[in-house]
Design a protein around this ligand. Structure first.
Ligand code: AQP
Length: 350
């Protein structure tokens, strides 16, 4: 059977970007994939601690993300939903992969290079950049490779099976690295791991409402830059109403010169019941005032997100239910991972 793996960091309640770019696909896969496909969705807390987190906040956010995943319609019986740290096989396989992974390859990863240049530009003269940046951040892609590879089913020479990973375009380099990890491991120990395939999500990036040239993000300090999928209707209306646009009259779709308006058109298009493209919507609202246009965007969004907030509020008030769901998912994930770990450990001689 196919195995689909994807993860989300517990760094805050998911926003519209997470929903459009990833979570909506997670829900749709329940309908689109064969019942035999394993859908494995992890709340990746070990990834989250590659940057400093307050322990109490992290604990709280894990539950919030779990409640949000259930609220958008993930079925804990159909999917395997769990905290990454509940399944030690993820970190165990990471270590084994790290022992055949190349430092040179990792240091060429775009995300690492941008963190490095950011750190060096803010570093005082005498302090070396290397001593400030953490090993966990550098080796993050190895853990990501382990996440994917640990849940693949046993490779079989006649029916090669692979793990499928839905990713955005920004994650493609990390997937390429996971394939490299497979090649290195198999070269050292024999053909045991299967190269993962990707399902590249067709969804676009949702940009920040206050700074529409950067992506909407959970950790950006401006609350108004993002719409949480659990925001109240009033909050959603008010955030859309104050979203940064421009002073060009009328509505047109041109991400390069009108990033704010174009981002709203893209959001509108995702939730439009008539399924119009951003360009078609721009034509339909060509002469509308920004106020009228923004109201229409908010209406579409409220319809699209209907029910999520109420279900989230119910679920997030019930910690013991959430813990039970997570333990159930963790048990399923542990079983799924054990199959791979047995093969890998035997191959390595552990
Ligand atoms: N703005 C976005 N538009 C489309 N997709 C997005 N994703 C994130 N932001 C956007 C996708 O959401 C999934 C889960 O993301 P994540 O939590 O694993 O990490 P992230 O990409 O770093 O997301 P954030 O919101 O920006 O979190 P912080 O602020 O903690 O770094 C991924 O599939 C991601 O592509």
């Amino acid at each position: 059977p196919r195995v689909v793996f994807s993860g989300i960091q517990p760094t805050g309640v998911p926003h519209l970007g997470n929903y459009v770019g990833a979570l909506r696909q997670w829900v749709n896969l329940q309908r689109d994939e064969q019942p035999s496909t394993k859908l494995i969705y992890s709340i990746v807390d070990l990834h989250a601690i590659t940057v400093p987190q307050k322990p109490e906040t992290l604990r709280q956010r894990k539950r919030e993300v779990l409640a949000a995943l259930l609220a958008i319609g993930l079925d804990p019986e159909r999917c395997t939903i769990f905290y990454q740290s509940s399944v030690p096989a993820h970190s165990e396989l990471m270590w084994i992969l790290a022992c055949t992974a190349s430092v040179g390859y990792l240091s060429r990863m775009t995300q690492w290079k941008s963190k490095l240049s950011l750190a060096s530009s803010s570093t005082l003269e005498n302090k070396s950049v290397g001593s400030r940046l953490k090993l966990g951040l550098f080796s993050y892609p190895v853990l990501q490779a382990a996440d994917i590879l640990v849940h693949r089913t046993v490779a079989d020479a006649f029916t090669p099976r692979a793990t499928h990973v839905p990713v955005g375009h920004d994650q493609q380099q990390h997937l390429e690295f996971a394939r490299e990890c497979v090649t290195n491991f198999n070269h050292a120990y024999g053909n045991h791991l299967v190269h993962p395939e990707t399902i590249v999500s067709p969804a676009q990036r949702i940009m920040s409402l206050t700074e529409p040239t950067s992506k909407m993000s959970k950790s950006h300090e401006a609350q108004r830059s993002r719409i949480l999928i659990t925001d109240s209707p009033q909050d959603i209306r008010s955030k859309i109403a104050t979203a940064l646009t421009d002073s060009i009259p009328g509505i047109s779709y041109d991400p390069a010169t009108r990033p704010g308006i174009s981002n709203l058109l893209e959001i509108f298009s995702v939730f439009d019941t008539e399924r119009r493209s951003p360009t078609q919507l721009a034509r339909a609202y060509a002469d509308a005032s920004p106020k009228i246009f923004k109201e229409a965007v908010a209406d579409a969004l409220l319809t699209g997100l209907q029910g999520i907030r109420d279900r989230y509020l119910d679920l997030s008030a019930n910690d013991s239910y959430l813990d039970k769901i997570e333990q159930h998912g963790a048990r399923k994930a542990q079983e799924s991972a054990k199959e791979t770990m047995d093969i890998v450990k035997t191959a390595v001689g552990l």
